[in-house]
Design a protein around this ligand. Structure first.
Ligand SMILES: CC(C)(COP(=O)(O)OP(=O)(O)OC[C@H]1O[C@@H](n2cnc3c(N)ncnc32)[C@H](O)[C@@H]1OP(=O)(O)O)[C@@H](O)C(=O)NCCC(=O)NCCS
Length: 337
């Protein structure tokens, strides 16, 4: 039961309270998540915690929870974020904030609760002086955009969001994987292998030079948190790192976005990405060679399947048999009146 307050609102005749997030609400939020997203995006509590209370960019004020005024039952939630520490060279991205996730329990949908939650999230972003609300793609994101779902797309489109451009999660089975003959070509002077303790600075120097924003930020945080450097496959020349692929082995402590939706599967799924190569070395087959080594490494770490998240490079990854698994659409709206 909630004390009646000015924040309550009649939504289609029912009194709904919109309360600020508190950790005790994580479990009912997870229940709403499960009911609203179903089997397509089966979150577990560890994932929800990791991307909210354990993420430095999460703040309770950005997460509103809709509750039935009478029973206190949680009906929906919306998580909004702004960058609270610099994302490497991308800095604080002061032009934008993110709508990380929104869901309403199916039994309470189409009563205006989703709209009320979204408007409150947008008001939070405005208070943080953000000019744009971007759907997904936040630090410690759940989704790179909006899951490609008819209702979700209609919901955001009718609420002023421009929806444009798709991103995919790709997947393939790797049991019995063999390196295709076409990518066996040697790359003289280069090693493609898991990085070793002591090569952290070389990896960060490469990222500083080539992918200095969010990718550098995420890798530095992972290393600081004790992530195994061998979970990065590097392209190395005479001690210099010139390419990288980040791996999330099955059971990885950090639930990378590639393995977020496979936690409840029986199959042992590994995650791959991001990956990238120094510009001077592109266009000579090294990317596929790195992808191949990453698959082989994940297989050695016990993966039967691999997921690659947040990409539009269907042709590139398709060469090694990856096919679309989940699809998202990018979307955003201006918050300026
Ligand atoms: C998207 C979602 C949050 C909307 O919540 P809601 O409380 O139903 O939203 P509202 O009642 O404020 O608005 C309803 C609008 O959503 C869309 N919508 C909701 N249910 C719909 C349905 N069954 N068929 C078509 N459109 C539907 C329409 O745009 C509708 O507007 P309308 O009633 O004017 O046609 C809810 O459908 C949901 O939880 N979906 C699953 C989770 C999800 O996909 N989240 C988005 C990605 S993070």
């Amino acid at each position: 039961m909630h004390a009646r307050s000015g924040r309550d609102r009649d939504v289609a005749g029912a009194r709904v309270a919109f309360v600020a997030f508190r950790p005790g609400l994580l479990s009912p939020i997870l229940d709403v998540w499960g009911a609203a997203f179903g089997d397509a995006f089966p979150a577990c509590e560890a994932l929800l915690r990791q991307n909210t209370v354990e993420d430095p960019h999460f703040e309770p004020a950005g997460c509103r929870v809709a509750c039935d005024h009478g029973t206190g039952r949680v009906l929906g939630f919306c998580i909004a974020k702004v960058a609270r520490e610099p994302l490497g060279a991308d800095g604080l991205l002061p032009d934008r904030g993110w709508i990380s996730a929104i869901a309403v329990h199916p039994s309470a949908q189409r009563r205006g609760i989703g709209t009320a939650l979204l408007r409150r999230a947008e008001a939070f972003l405005r208070r943080r002086r953000r000019a744009r609300a971007v759907l997904g793609g936040d630090p410690a994101h759940f989704f790179p955009g909006v899951p490609l779902d008819r209702i979700a797309l209609a919901f955001f489109a009718a609420r002023g969001y421009r929806l444009e451009g798709d991103a995919y999660d790709l997947r393939r089975r790797i049991a019995g994987y063999r390196t295709p003959a076409a990518i066996r070509a040697a790359h003289p002077g280069l090693e493609i292998r898991p990085l070793r303790p002591g090569e952290e600075d070389a990896l960060l120097a490469f990222l500083d030079a080539t992918f200095p924003g969010r990718w550098r930020y995420d890798v530095a945080r992972a290393l600081a948190a004790g992530c195994d450097i061998a979970d990065v496959v590097g392209v190395v020349r005479r001690g210099r790192v010139l390419g990288f692929a980040r791996l999330f082995p099955p059971g990885a402590r950090r639930i990378g976005p590639s393995i977020a939706w496979t936690q409840r599967e029986r199959s042992r799924v590994g995650g791959l990405g991001p990956m990238g190569i120094a510009p001077a070395l592109r266009g000579r087959g090294l990317g596929l060679a790195l992808l191949d080594r990453a698959i082989v490494r994940l297989a050695a770490l016990g993966a039967d399947e691999v997921v690659i998240d947040w990409t539009s490079l269907l042709g590139f990854y398709g060469k090694l048999g990856f096919v679309p698994w989940k699809r998202y659409r990018h979307g955003e709206r201006s918050l300026e009146r």
